[in-house]
Design a protein around this ligand. Structure first.
Ligand code: NDP
Length: 257
């Protein structure tokens, strides 16, 4: 009875930025749980390659090129994918970028706008456009990938744009959850610590940064992509049916101190 709640058989899931890193692991776990998965990445070739790899692992996977900062393109993708697959039941808003080591007093306008555009506006466009069809059907689960950076200020790198955007994602998650709960759509977020992906290589390779990161983490290690994907599976499935508006920390204890 309990394990059955984790089954996503018959569901369709869209994962933005799913070509690599945390997004690819999310596509793997949702596929393993029985969902049809659609990799929606800004790089169409990388998305196709990821979908092919997922098919090779035995999953029902497809690719759809999508830049989440383009609101019109997000709307078109939501219409096309809902029409093609009957319904999109699960949305994982994972696409994100970081611009770190960027002191606030000298952040260029373009850099600030880009980080907020991808990490916050992109999440809203996707929630709005895919959420509309979920609301019409009275069913859906959205999982946003936030960050512990939305709860604390990272040390020592200076990344105000990223931290502010992720805090926005967390409160957007709660806001949508409250609006949409009576209409059957749940909205939750995962807030990871440092995860070993291309996004964090700048810090992993820097002795000063990586030492500080580990010292500040009670578990004294960074995370793996599968350790975030398994939380996403839980939040996307009926196993979390009473949860909406939750920001689930998966941070090795970082926010305890
Ligand atoms: P990666 O850089 O490894 O992967 C991000 C993916 O998103 C890439 O495939 C990238 O494609 C895609 N992407 C970037 N911009 C867009 C866009 N505008 N539209 C669609 N896709 C896009 O990152 P991670 O896997 O590490 O991060 C995934 C999420 O997890 C992000 O939201 C990140 O902020 C969050 N996170 C990551 C942590 C970490 O330590 N890694 C910690 C906390 C949160 P392309 O190659 O074309 O740019």
């Amino acid at each position: 009875m309990y394990l059955q709640k984790l089954s996503l058989s018959g569901r369709t899931a869209v994962i933005t930025g799913g070509a690599r890193g945390i997004g690819f692991a999310c596509a793997q776990v949702l596929g393993e749980a029985g969902a049809r998965v659609i990799v929606a990445d800004a790089d169409p070739a990388a998305g196709e390659a990821a979908a092919a790899a997922l098919v090779g692992e035995g999953h029902d996977a497809h690719a759809h090129g999508l830049d989440v900062t383009d609101a019109a393109a997000v709307g078109a993708a939501a219409s096309a994918l809902n029409a093609r697959f009957g319904a999109v039941d699960i949305l994982v808003c994972n696409a994100g970028i970081a611009r770190s080591n960027s002191p606030a007093e000298s952040v260029p306008d373009d850099e600030w706008r880009l980080v907020v555009d991808v990490n916050l506006n992109g999440v809203f466009w996707c929630c709005r456009e895919f959420g509309r069809a979920m609301l019409a059907r009275g069913r859906g689960a959205i999982v946003n990938i936030g960050s512990m950076s939305g709860e604390i200020v990272n040390k020592p790198q200076e990344q105000a744009s990223y931290n502010a955007a992720k805090a926005g994602v967390h409160h957007l998650t709660r806001s949508l959850a409250a609006e949409w709960a009576p209409r059957g759509v749940r909205v939750n977020a995962v807030a990871p610590t440092y995860i070993d992906t291309p996004l964090t290589q700048f810090g992993m390779r820097d002795e000063r940064l990586s030492r500080t990161w580990l010292e500040m983490t009670p578990m004294h290690r960074v995370g793996r992509v599968d350790e975030i994907a398994s939380v996403v599976l839980f939040l996307a499935s009926e196993a979390s049916s009473l949860m909406t508006g939750s920001i689930v920390l998966a941070d090795g204890g970082y926010c305890c101190w």
